[in-house]
Every structure is written in C-alpha cells, then in structure tokens.
Design a binder for this molecule. Structure first.
Ligand SMILES: Cc1ncc(COP(=O)(O)O)c(C=O)c1O
Length: 381
C-alpha cells in the first residue's frame, strides 16, 4: 500500500463527505435557482453547507460565497479591486504568497496598481510592523497567507488584522492551508476577506469559498445568472458545495484531535531522520508552524531525485509546491527565506493527514536512510 505524505497538495476525500455528496448527486437533481420542489431541495443543500462553513470559520452564513476554490476566491478579490477602487490603487502583500495571489498582484501592477511585497525573515515569518510601515493612504488591501503551503509557517494574523483594522485597510487572508489544521475563528479576528478550498481538508476538488465580512466593495469575476447574491454567476456546484460543508463540519469537530495526531506524526518523522541522517536542516519556524508540515533540506542532494526515488518505493511527497509540479525551478518561498537556489532545490516537503500512521512514518524514515546517501552520490557523480 502506498504512503501518502502530500496532504498540503491535496487530501483524500473522507468517506463521510463522499456519502453526503453521493446522496446529493443521486437524490437531488434540482437547480437551486428553480422555484419548484427539486429546486428548493437543492437550495436547502446549499443553505445547509453555507451554515456549516460559517460555523467552522466563526462567521455568519450570509458572509460565505461559494467559488470553485481558493484560486478563484483570490482572483475574484484581487482582480475585483481594480473595478472597485478608483482612488486607492496600492496593495500590501508578502514575498511568500501562493501564485494565485502573486499573479493577480502582477496583473494589477500591469494596470496601474502598485504592490509592496514585504519580505519574511529566515524562519519564513513576516514582521507585522514592517507590514504596517508599508501601508499608505492609497492602500486598498493587505493580503497575507495564513499558513504557507510549502513550509507550513503560520503568520501573525491576529496582529496584522489588528493593525489593518486600526489603519482602516481591508485585510484578506488566504486560509487555504490553515483550515482543518489550525484554529480559524473570524469572530475573534477582524479580517475583511478569507479564501479557502475544500480539497485541502478532505473535501472535493474544485469547490471553495470567499468569505466577505463587510459589505464587500468588490466586483464579481464571473457574470451570469446572478447566483451567490450577484457575486458569482453560474449554476452552483451543489454536490461539491455539500461536500465542502461536510468537510467543514468534520474539521470543526476534529480540530483538536487532528492537531495532536498530526504533530505527533510530523515530530516522529523529524526525530527519526534528524538522528540518523547527517546534513539536514528544517526549513521555517518550528514554533509557528502547521502541525502536519515538515520541510527539510537534504544538503548535497536533489529534491526531485529524492522525490522520484521515494515515489518508486511507494511514498508520495513534494519537492516544491505541487501546484507547479513539473517545474524544477527553486521555490520562491525558500529563496525569500534566504536559501540559495541550490539549497532550495535540495528540499522535500512532507505533509501528513488523515490515514497516515506511525508505522508508515517509520517506513519513510527507513527509506530515507537508504535513499539520501544514494541521492547525494547521484549529485556528486
Ligand atoms: C495557500 C494556498 N492558496 C491557494 C491555493 C489554491 O487552491 P486551489 O488550487 O484549490 O484553487 C493553494 C493550493 O495549493 C494554496 O496552498
């Protein structure tokens, strides 16, 4: 049986979620916009999911808008700024954002916006005071990733949110990696916008949400039938939305237990390889980090070679962000933390999740003990 340690790329869909989705697909043929009984049943499934998402995130159902995932949520928000902001044309973000934030920022720059990308320290954290210094009168938005997909490093979101609120600037948080692994409670943290994707926490792919805390001030990206209260045209992905709701309900119920279990597995892996393999360095803060993520530099080896060797032995890991797998360019996140391109290319990301157990971790430790020296020899040759 294969060992899947790539849960930050995507997660297996939980059986409970499959059941909910299957029931909707089998028994619920309606369009939520239709006024007959079938339509009402589909609308009820969407409404129920909206309540589950809102409850998991500590917000109100009316703040939740369904999208096709975090990429669409991030694009909707950032590209929507262009139409909605005639005077404030400046964005503050960081150097370690996901491409679905980075690329819309570049798109905005090409259309007259200015973007300040605040650097992170060598642990991968941004200093809130540096973000505060970057705020101008013209700042329309601050956008920060809550937990980084490559390193798992958690940003000081509460401090940034407090500062943004004090300065009167809307704050967007890309919480895609945080949900289901870290407490996300918008009733305590004043964020204006939040993005997420169901498949990162045991829901289906191709569905997510944008949470809009205030009245919005953003234009829709998709125009059409006025669905999602005019914010996102297109017939709702009813089964996917039901799956997202169900995954949120599980995440809410299980958060404490997941954090404990994932951290145990992640720490077991780190202790095992740290004591038996020389020349390792852990990337990113070991204090402010998701419980499930371990990013390690195997000095003198190539991450891609190790990834392939592990894959042949039945183990799935990542050598960079899976969202751009196929490319072996050095990770922008690791280089932003001060790693050289060569160091960044010798890193692997291990991310645990549902279905991983201690015996699997021990097997991976054993394999790495065997494969790392071979990968190092391959680089020397
Ligand atoms: C932090 C972060 N933001 C956004 C995304 C994009 O999510 P999706 O591909 O589901 O749209 C990802 C996916 O890896 C991510 O990790």
């Amino acid at each position: 049986m294969r060992i899947y340690l790539d849960h930050n790329a995507t997660t297996p869909v939980r059986e409970e979620v499959v059941e909910v989705m299957t029931a909707v697909l089998r028994e619920n043929p309606g369009n939520p916009s239709s006024t007959h009984a079938e339509g009402a049943a589909a609308l009820a499934a969407v409404t129920n999911a909206r309540e589950q998402v809102a409850s998991c995130l500590g917000t109100e159902p009316k703040r939740v808008f369904f999208t096709s995932g975090a990429t669409e949520s991030n694009n909707t928000l950032l590209c929507g700024l262009l139409a909605a902001n005639a005077s404030r044309r400046h964005v503050v973000t960081t150097t370690i954002e996901h491409p679905s934030v980075q690329e819309p920022c570049t798109w905005l720059e090409a259309r007259g916006f200015r973007v300040t990308r605040v650097p992170v320290d060598e642990d991968g954290r941004v200093d809130p005071s540096r973000l505060a210094e970057a705020i101008e009168d013209a700042t329309a938005l601050i956008s920060v990733i809550w937990a980084n997909n490559e390193t798992g490093v958690i940003q000081p979101i509460e401090e940034i949110a407090a500062c943004a609120e004090q300065r009167g600037v809307p704050f967007h948080v890309d919480a895609t990696q945080a949900i289901g692994k870290w407490p996300v409670d918008l009733s305590r943290i004043p964020v204006a916008y939040l993005s997420c994707s169901a498949h990162k926490f045991n829901g289906p792919k191709g569905v997510g949400a944008l949470v809009v805390a205030g009245d919005g001030g953003i234009e829709p990206l998709l125009l059409g039938g006025g669905q999602e209260r005019q914010r996102r045209g297109g017939t709702e992905n009813v089964s996917g939305i039901a799956g997202l709701g169900s995954a949120c309900a599980l995440a809410e119920q299980e958060l404490g237990e997941r954090r404990r279990r994932y951290a145990e597995l992640r720490d077991r892996l780190w202790r095992g390889i740290e004591t038996s393999i020389a020349g390792l360095r852990r990337n990113g803060s070991s204090e402010h980090v998701l419980p499930n993520t371990l990013n390690v530099e195997f000095a003198g080896s190539a991450g891609e070679v190790l990834l392939q060797a592990l894959d042949l032995e039945g183990v799935a890991v990542s050598a960079g962000a899976a969202c751009h797998s196929g490319s072996i360019s050095a990770s922008h996140v690791l280089t932003a933390m001060g790693r050289t391109p060569e160091e960044a290319r010798s890193c692997l990301r291990f991310s645990v999740g549902h279905g991983v157990d201690a015996a699997q971790i021990d097997r991976v430790i054993e394999l790495l003990e065997k494969l790392v020296p071979l990968a190092r020899e391959a680089v020397e040759a």
